[in-house]
Design a protein around this ligand. Structure first.
Ligand SMILES: CC(C)(COP(=O)(O)OP(=O)(O)OC[C@H]1O[C@@H](n2cnc3c(N)ncnc32)[C@H](O)[C@@H]1OP(=O)(O)O)[C@@H](O)C(=O)NCCC(=O)NCCS
Length: 325
């Protein structure tokens, strides 16, 4: 579709989906050498949602997308771009985005997945923002969707206890009014082994890493705090915005202790930080849109407020964005 460029991209609707099946820490104790108390103290997580057998990443992405489209008041025919951030696509190909194009009944529009692990939604939003500003699209569906449960090994207790399934979505549109003010995206492949998801046959990797996610928790923690701090500074400086001007922090939800470190850096109060990790655990690329949708639907994040979001994940990847909601 040919369209004309807009100076800004605005989020005009959000949505999310969490599978019905809830696994509490007490349930985890039954399958893993851990305790509920350890999980809460070290991560802040109380429960996570897991897909039923047969429920796919595309199923969750579709539910979140329909929810966001309803909140934005857009029809399938209005959408001219679909981007899905995911590390747990149902197939190598087709992409989840391509399946969504068909399921939602969109025209033969551009649709593709972005693989940037937990930073997948911020990467996807950054790409959509650039395409809309370039005039390649006018109305995009941007989604983070993950079915990480299929890659969890309960013998890997420091990794398995932190993840959950879910999907979040946003409809973004070209606008003459400020919306997304900037996005900042980074990667460092030298740290690929710190957090690793081998989602296929172990052709290049030791057999014990096949079809599971493995993590050096302490290394990831250290790098997450460092990179969050850097990229938030970069985002504030680029926009000439002081931390006092920010209304809300909507961070990636991996661990309450990482969120608290970012909160401290921004000197924000508890009631300015959206926290969902206790109820959802780490949904990888889906955490930011899920948190944004929950906080906008319950009236915390209001139109016109200044929101900063940052994420960090495997790759390693990290990124931040500042937006006028
Ligand atoms: C995974 C994580 C919670 C582990 O917490 P930690 O405080 O670093 O724990 P450590 O790995 O140092 O292990 C401390 C002890 O707890 C134990 N332990 C690890 N996982 C455990 C679990 N699920 N239950 C009980 N004990 C556990 C370890 O065996 C170790 O025992 P030891 O002292 O007897 O050797 C933490 O490192 C983390 O959150 N890292 C970042 C992970 C992340 O955010 N990943 C996603 C990024 S997108």
């Amino acid at each position: 579709m040919t369209s004309f460029a807009h100076p800004y991209t605005r989020i005009v609707g959000t949505g999310h989906y969490l599978p019905k099946n809830v696994m509490t820490n007490e349930d985890v104790e039954k399958v893993c050498d851990t305790t509920s108390q350890w999980i809460i103290e070290r991560t802040g997580i109380e429960q996570r949602h897991f897909c039923e057998e047969g429920e796919s990443t595309a199923d969750m992405a579709e539910a979140a997308a329909r929810n966001a489209m309803e909140s934005a008041g857009v029809e399938a025919g209005d959408i001219d771009l679909i981007i899905v951030g995911t590390s747990s696509a149902d197939y190598g190909s087709p992409s989840v985005a391509s399946m969504l194009q068909h399921r939602l009944g969109c025209n033969t529009i551009c649709a593709f997945d972005v693989s940037a692990a937990c930073t997948g939604f911020i990467y996807s939003l950054g790409v959509a923002d650039s395409m809309i500003k370039a005039g390649t699209a006018t109305t995009a569906l941007v989604i983070g969707a993950e079915r990480i449960s299929q890659y969890l090994d309960w013998e890997e207790r420091n990794t398995a206890v932190i993840f959950g399934d879910g999907a979040g979505a946003a409809v973004v549109k070209g606008s003459d009014e400020p919306g997304i003010l900037s996005t900042h995206l980074h990667a460092d492949g030298s740290k690929k082994d710190s957090l690793f998801l081998n989602n296929g046959k172990p052709v290049y990797e030791p057999a014990e890493r096949a079809n599971k996610v493995t993590m050096d928790g302490q290394d990831v923690f250290k790098n997450a705090v460092k990179r969050f701090s850097e990229v938030i500074d970069q985002c504030l400086t680029a926009n000439n915005v002081a931390k006092e001007d920010i209304d809300w922090l909507v961070p990636h939800q991996a661990n309450i202790r990482i969120i608290q470190a970012v909160q401290k850096k921004l000197a924000m109060k508890d009631d300015q930080v959206v926290v969902t990790v206790n109820k959802t655990a780490n949904n990888s690329a889906a955490t930011v849109p899920i948190a944004l949708d929950i906080a906008s639907r319950d009236g915390r994040v209001k139109p016109g407020q200044l929101v900063i979001s940052a994420a960090f994940g495997a790759g390693l990847t990290w990124g931040a964005l500042l937006l006028r909601f």
